[in-house]
Structure formats: structure tokens, C-alpha cells
Design a protein around this ligand. Sequence first.
Ligand code: GLN
Length: 247
Amino acid sequence: MKLKNAVFAALAAVCACGCVREDDNAIRMITEATFPPYEFLRGQEIVGIDVEICRAVAKTLGKEFKCETVDFDSVIPAVISRKADLAAAGITITEDRKKNVDFSDPYVRTGIVMIYKKSAPYAKAEDAKGKRVGVQGGTTSETYVLEQLGQEPERFRSPAEAVAGLKAGRVEFVLADIDPAKNCVKGEDDLAISDFVTSEEYAVAIRKGQPELLKAINDTIARVKADGSLAKWIAQYTEEADKLKEK
Ligand code: GLN
């Protein structure tokens, strides 16, 4: 079933910046474009902070840039199986993932938050124990519900779908990374978000054993942090994603 989903996701993937195929002249990014402001769709085009970072890496290497979107749980497998070179999808560095991929230096410190209805407030983990908690499949939010709350989460394909489930009463809480969570609750007067539930860092993931590529990514991240590009992209794409939500 999982494999079938992955195949469907790959077939259905929106291919806005060019199709991802083995190519020595190109850097192929794999992402999951339902995660504003890090990656989202502007019409058919995949845009966002992570896309800019990976585009800058391609530029550092003097290569063309391509990008494709799949379900989140297919992002890391895509770099392991060489379907893509860079995985960037608001991916949190975890010890478990480090067993399968190498991570770049982190480019953002962040964390997950609980999204709740103001009519049923959330203050601490115990409030969600035994309740239906929605998450995006394959994420650190899923791990938190499994390991910290000790229960099965309700899995959705995106934070926005999980929040739709919250509004429809399918789940009582949603756990998601703070930036997409903020985007989801924008304009939703009955919803609110909690303080940070975890502290996490995002990085670019690549297939193990590629020190030169890793260095190019780390050099690029250091440069876009130092010259203000990263801060500019964060501001620009947060504003654009918020405007898209308002429509
Ligand atoms: N940061 C979270 C994780 O790595 C969620 C990422 C995402 O949903 N795109 O699991």
C-alpha cells in the first residue's frame, strides 16, 4: 500500500521547474510543496525558501536547477534512490534520519506547535492525550504523537488537510511545524496555536558519502545567511503564502 502511494505520488507530482531525471548538468531538488512558506505552489510553479536555497546551491555548482514535489514520506527515499540530489522540505534533522542521509548545516531553528479550537484550548501535552491528533504523515509531528503521547495519530497529506480535518471535527488537535501552522490558522478566527512543543532545525538532506556536494551546500547556506538573502526570502515568501491563504 505504501509503495502504491509512493508510485501514485511520483506520477501525480507537479513538475513546475522541470522534470527530475538523472542529469549530470543539473541539480535536482525533491520537495513536498504543501509547506508554506518553505515550499508551496504559485499556480503550477513550486516556490519558497527551500527552493531558493537549493537554486543557490545549483548556482554555486554552475549547474541547471530542477525541482519536483512528492508526498513528504517519499522525499528522503528519493535522494537515497538517486531520483534527486537535494531533499529540502522543511526537513528536521533527527538522529533516525541521520542513519540514512547526510544533513547540511542547519538553516533555520524552528519547532512544532499544536493547532486547536479556541473552544477546546490546549496548554500541555496531557490535554491531547487520548484525543484524536492530526498530523502530516512521515513528519516529526507524527513521531511526537507516537512516542511522546503514546498513541496513533490521524495521518493527512498536508498540514492544511489536517486543519480541514480539525474544522470538520475529524480530529480534536493538529500538530504541525510553526510556519505552516501559522499560515493555516490565518483568517480562521476559531483556531489558535500553542507555544513550541519541540525545538527543531531544518537542513538539506543528501545521499550519504558526497563530501563535495555537502561542502557546496554548507558554503551556500553560510553565504545566504551572511548576505541577507535568507532573511529576505523568509520575509518575501511568508508574505506571499499569507496572501495566497487570504484569497
Ligand atoms: N519538519 C517536519 C519534519 O521534518 C515537517 C516537514 C514537512 O512536513 N514538510 O518532519
